[in-house]
Design a binder for this molecule. Structure first.
Ligand SMILES: Cc1ncc(COP(=O)(O)O)c(C=O)c1O
Length: 415
């Protein structure tokens, strides 16, 4: 039996290889959350119960700040990665343009998660932002020299750039971006820089400590690092102004109104601390398992194409992105699921039609290779049995997926 199946009480044991989608909550997090669930108190109330809740929140704020090199006053608690990204991207754009109407451009990498991608597109469609998508190379990397060129030579020059956003690490192919270099570059021109570090915190070194190469705003999410779903934060410099998305009680420096979720925040702090402090040992263990998985897959399917950067420091330790030519990723996923392996494809299903991933298209994949891709992602509970399970079922799964792929192509050709 795989030691990593989070659902083994209800379902047959499965090898869970989708930690980038969400990873099991750590026992210490569950304990911290449960402890808070038994208590009451609104952190904005002035009585004893409220003051206790406030103390819990402020202790959590200090622990999160400490783990990520931030000041406690720079931590804005939110309801997760999507909210943090929207708050940063829209809030920065609105604040910068309000200060100077010439600032209408946003530079964003072409491989952002939809939480940034769609927020940027929305600004373009509804608030007059001019969006400049930053290209990536075949490994999914943004080139700082190209970014400099876009800042300097884009319409209106540096004075027209409201903000730059680039993720720290990609959720599909695991590529780690040169965030310190990009932040330093933005600061050369006095432009604020945001990064979506949802996949990076706890996986690679992430430091918000002040300095020219640190971002001005950084998003992360609890459920990617062993914390609760629906808890996250935006790290935000005191001097960086942001127009809030939601208005109300003025909590969190008036940029994020809403009653604070004390239990989720307490759990988030425990998760961030454990994820960051145990990172080096955990990353080394996960990387070894991931490399065994990739080597094993390549020995079964020598034509498989491994996506993303293969350099150790250029790739998330838990990410294995593999395309199987001649197969449909969706068919592979379902066959693997039936065989007790849980992973994901890169395709996003919009209105029932599977679209090839925008990340892979930006990296120069052709449509069929993009559709043939799977993402296996390992995490803190991954064990050798998970890798063995994949390698054990893969030969049979590939035979069936290739047959299904060939039949689908024949049907298409006959139409
Ligand atoms: C890179 C990245 N950004 C943002 C998000 C969204 O985070 P959340 O699920 O907490 O809203 C995800 C989740 O998959 C992600 O991988």
């Amino acid at each position: 039996m795989s030691s990593s199946s989070p659902n083994s009480a209800e379902h047959p044991p499965a090898a869970y290889l989708d930690h980038a989608a969400t990873t099991p909550m750590l026992p210490s997090v569950i304990a911290a959350v449960n402890e808070q669930f038994a208590l009451t108190g609104n952190a904005s109330s002035l009585h004893a119960a409220g003051r206790r809740a406030r103390r819990t929140v402020e202790e959590a704020r200090e622990r999160v700040a400490d783990a990520l090199g931030a000041r406690p006053s720079e931590v804005v608690f939110t309801a997760g990665g999507t909210e943090s990204d929207n708050l940063a991207v829209k809030g920065l754009f609105w604040a910068r343009r309000a200060d100077d109407a010439r600032r209408v451009r946003i530079l964003a990498s072409a491989v952002e998660h939809h939480a940034v991608l769609d927020a940027v597109q929305w600004l373009g469609a509804f608030t007059g932002a001019e969006v400049d998508w930053l290209p990536v190379d075949r490994l999914g990397r943004v080139d700082p020299a190209q970014v400099r060129d876009r800042i300097v030579n884009g319409r209106g020059g540096p004075a027209a750039v409201a903000a730059i956003t680039c993720m720290w690490a990609n959720n599909e192919v695991g590529t780690v971006q040169p965030v310190p270099a990009l932040a330093a570059l933005a600061h050369d021109f006095g432009i604020p820089f945001h990064t979506d570090a949802v996949q990076a915190v706890g996986a690679v070194p992430v430091d918000f400590a002040d300095g020219p190469s640190a971002p001005d705003a950084l998003s992360f999410s609890g459920h990617k690092l062993g914390g609760p779903v629906g808890a996250g934060a935006l790290l935000l410099r005191r001097e960086t102004s942001l127009v809030p998305l939601q208005h109300g009680g003025g909590q969190e420096r008036e940029v994020r109104s809403g009653t604070l979720d004390v239990a989720a925040i307490a759990g988030l702090a425990v998760a961030v601390e454990e994820a960051v402090h145990g990172r080096v040992e955990r990353a080394a263990r996960i990387r070894r398992l991931r490399d065994d998985l990739i080597q094993g897959v390549l020995s079964i399917a020598p034509d498989a194409v491994v996506g993303g950067d293969v350099a150790t420091e250029g790739r998330l330790p838990g990410n294995a992105h593999i395309a199987f030519p001649g197969c449909e990723g969706d068919a592979l996923l379902l066959l693997l699921d039936a065989a007790g392996v849980e992973c994901s494809t890169g395709s996003a299903c919009s209105a029932g039609v599977p679209e090839p991933s925008h990340v892979l298209m930006a990296m120069g994949y052709d449509d069929s290779l993009a559709r043939a891709s799977l993402r296996f992602s390992l995490g803190h509970s991954s064990a050798p049995a998970d890798v063995e399970r994949v390698l054990g079922v893969l030969p049979e799964v590939l035979v069936r997926a290739r047959a299904a792929g060939a039949a689908a192509r024949a049907r298409k050709a006959a139409v």
